[in-house]
Design a protein around this ligand. Structure first.
Ligand code: 4AD
Ligand code: MG
Length: 434
């Protein structure tokens, strides 16, 4: 029996007979020749079936294959400079796993389909070259993020998904019934990170995060993945530097490993090559002045909308670091700047090319009395935060961290219009299926 080989590895088998397992991507017929394109998830290869070289039933079996029919193909690998991957397969035999009936064909054809149709068929759409390229880049980004933290002595500590209280404001909470009680889906692992960091010094959590965002924008999902590092004894400056390094590292890794995918996506590589340290920095105050000079209505004290973020970042080719927003627009746990208590020691990183905020974080409030007061002001249930207050009672230290939304990073690095294509099965205001 010939070896079963992945298409990405056929170059090692030139001149040999192999078995490929996959799906028919496309079929071209030219007289006594068939040119089936096979894909197996690792690549695409063109097969050649010569009528007089194979038994009639093999020729007929290939000829009657329909798009996305599943097969095991036996053939000889042949180097061919004209072939896209440099190799072709001279087909000897085919075992059809499932032939899709022409009466009920594969719904996604090479012609153009509308976005809603494709989203409804997301379970099939994932097989397209473009979607597989995005999946590949997403995988690489996640792996790069993990390597970045693992190689720097961070311990991964998983945080819960069922939580008793809000972290990022009560307006975006998903409530679920929890036996006789109720619980909320996590909006961020941060509060638990703050406990974990006192145990391990440097930690990160990485998991799904939920926000009942009523906004129907190209940047918002209701379920997204966030990586959140937290560092003991770190101040705002330290965490800004960490965020900047992380972003540069991830972009460099994708450029190193995923050029073919970026090419499929027609991503402008030179834009990504510019993502080198250091990144530009400015305070919220400076950002407001720039926005006003560009015609924005923003006043000191207001939060930036998506348009403001785009307006701000459009003058830069690198991610823009904006720090020290007014405390009133930020979460209850943000430490006030000791020199100007009305602003928080916080940071947002805005991606270039209008992709918006990709990182949000800062230094945490350590003052017990002030934290108790903020919890009360925000009308948060004190009892659910008692354990969090303990962290300020027992060996409290300055500490800082941030969260980076994976989908926004994938959208930016891949150059996608909308975050809906960055996650295999997006969850949005009007979409819970498939
Ligand atoms: O700025 P956010 O809300 O920060 C936090 O949750 C902090 N507790 C994190 C921390 O300090 N540990 O969210 C962080 C990032 C945003 O910058 C954005 O990239 C992403 O999460 N994000 C979303 N991504 C997709 N859809 C949404 N609805 C998102 N909301 C936030
Ligand atoms: Mg934010």
């Amino acid at each position: 029996m010939p070896p079963v080989v992945e298409i990405r590895r056929v170059s090692k088998y030139a001149g040999q007979e192999v078995i490929l397992q996959g799906w028919l991507y496309n079929l071209r017929e030219s007289g006594k020749l068939l040119f089936p394109l096979f894909r197996d998830g690792t690549g695409i290869i063109q097969g050649v079936v010569v009528k007089k070289a194979v038994p009639p039933e093999v020729f007929e079996a290939v000829r009657s294959l329909t798009q996305e029919s599943s097969v095991r193909v036996t053939g000889k690998v042949r180097a061919d400079q004209r072939a896209p991957g440099g190799f072709e397969l001279d087909v000897v035999n085919v075992q059809v796993e499932q032939r899709i009936s022409p009466e009920a064909p594969y719904p996604i054809t090479p012609k153009d389909h509308g976005v809603e149709f494709l989203m409804d068929h997301r379970h099939l759409w994932l097989r397209s070259t473009r979607q597989r390229a995005i999946l590949g880049v997403r995988h690489e980004i996640i792996k790069a993020v993990r390597d970045f933290f693992d190689d720097r002595g961070f311990t991964l500590v998983d945080t819960p998904i069922f939580t008793p209280a809000a972290c990022e404001g009560t307006t975006t909470l998903f409530e679920v019934s929890y036996f006789e009680d109720k619980a909320y889906l996590t909006q961020s692992g941060q509060l638990y990170n703050e406990a974990a960091v006192m145990a391990v010094g440097k930690t990160y959590c990485f998991g799904p995060t939920f926000r009942a965002e009523k906004s129907k924008t190209r940047r918002h999902l209701t379920e997204f993945w966030m990586v959140e590092p937290e560092v003991a004894f770190a101040h705002l400056e330290d965490i800004m530097a960490l965020g900047e390094e992380l972003i540069a590292f991830v972009v460099a890794r994708v450029l190193e490993k995923r050029r073919p995918e970026l090419q499929v996506l027609e991503r402008k590589i030179d834009k990504l090559e510019k993502i080198q340290l250091p990144f530009p920095r400015m305070s919220y105050e400076e950002a407001v002045k720039i926005l006003q000079s560009k015609g924005s209505e923003i006043q000191w004290g207001g939060d930036f909308g998506g348009t403001d973020e785009t307006l701000l970042s459009e003058s830069f080719e690198k991610p823009l670091i904006v720090h020290r927003y007014p405390s009133q627009v930020k979460a209850f746990y943000m430490a006030p700047d000791p020199t100007r208590p009305e602003v928080a020691l916080c940071v947002d990183v805005l991606a270039p090319e209008g992709y918006g905020e990709i990182i949000g974080g800062g230094e945490r409030m350590t003052d017990l009395a002030l934290l108790e007061q903020r919890i009360q002001e925000e009308k948060l249930p004190r009892e659910a935060f008692e354990w969090y207050l303990d962290l300020r009672r027992y060996g409290s230290v300055p500490h800082s961290g941030f969260g980076m939304g994976i989908e926004r990073v994938v959208a930016w690095i891949c150059g996608l219009e909308h975050v809906r294509e960055t996650i295999p099965f997006p969850r949005m205001l009007y979409r819970l299926k498939p």
